[in-house]
Design a binder for this molecule. Sequence first.
Ligand code: CMX
Length: 447
Amino acid sequence: MKLAKNLEGKIREVYERVRYMLATSGETVISQVSLRQFFSGNRDVDLLLSDVSYVDPFYGLHYRGLSLEQVLQQLPKPQGSVFPYAGGLYSLLLTGEMPGEEEALEVEDLWKDRAAIPQHVINVLKAMPAETHPMTMFSQAILALQTQSQFTRDYSNGLSKEDYWKITLEDSLDLTAKAPGLAATIYNIKYGDGTLREIDSHLDWSANFAHLIYKDWDQHYQDLCRLFFVLHADQGTGNVSAHTACLVNSALSDVYYSCSAAMNGLAGPLHGRANQDCLQWLLGIMENFDGSLPTMSQLEQYVWDTLERGKVIPGYGHAVLRCTDPRFAAQLEFGKQYMADDQLFNLVEMVYQVVPDILKKQGKAKGIWPNVDAISGTLQYHCGVKEFDFYTVLFGVGRMLGITVNLVWNRALALPLERPQSITLQMVQDRLHDTLNISGLRSDSYL
Ligand code: CMX
């Protein structure tokens, strides 16, 4: 595999760099945590390593140092499409080098050879109750695939530490190859008659998802899949899904265990489920106004009502971003081009005009701008994928691209078991410089 050979040289170089830094500066403090950060989910504490992607608060997601715009422009594309091969993105994320068509197609071909879904996984999915949430099915399907883990098999047979990354790469290619098929199997079982298809070897990985859910006739949907999976691939490793995967994998649990766990985190409403919730919220607005668009002032009132009911505005705000998410902007462009007259899309545009100001006035949210989930469901809905509880599975298919690349690199750099220390509240109090008299305080006396 050319990809593994290319990667090996890069890994050696980075590994040496890390060892050198550790040997010469091992005790240098590079990050600190305040009391506020300690009680705020460690926001903005530089605690995790990933060269794969970085989220700049004011410029958003970068893959291997490149903005999304550059990535979308420079990655190789299938003939007739302006949207890239996911295989090219995978190559870029793994190696840090912009691939040519040959490198992109190498990954696409590796995926085609490994795409078949074992029957026992299909049986597990078919055995689940009809009301099971698609994310539960997805996590379960990935776990059922764990029987195929080469890492777990070879580890038991004495795999040497230097080869961990190579076998993690094999597992990663195996799992990501099957990801669109797993999602489509869930879709066809849950919403269709359960009839499953083989992949179309003429189509790329992303477009194959369209094919597998019987939408291969729709060029726009194939393109939307290409865009969607690239946009959702990674977002640093501090987010819940990626961080969960890295944590689980640090115990040398294989890629399947790690990704299944990651999907359980992604299923939360503050994370990936926001795309489902957002679409539901938008449809609720349309229903409230008898299927028509509200006026701007009606919409403002609806947003305030949502906030006053103690709910969040799904798709808005972010733990890191302090600007419009470029993943939102890229999808907005797609919508303007292909569905400018769609009422739900027009509503997304209206919401974008009113929500940031309202969140600013409310004064609670630190991030007031739309994130990726504010629009992704609307594009799916327009293209006929109307089952909105399924949208987070699509997020998961994309997200496993970045997660698995991070796992390969974590094993390549021999990152150890992740094990921060927890301390008691008394210990926290003892470390404060001023000795505080806590006893007898009531919250309203200091907030
Ligand atoms: N609507 C209303 N209130 C919001 C809000 C929103 N969109 N975003 C943040 N807030 C509130 C928080 O609930 C919090 O309120 P409390 O102090 O009462 O608990 C306050 O503002 C401060 O929150 P924050 O520091 O700005 O935000 P966090 O870093 O804690 O959380 C996020 C970030 C994304 C969970 C939050 O903005 C949110 O809940 N957004 C809506 C859900 C969403 O879109 N999630 C998807 C994120 C992207 C992804 O991972 O897929």
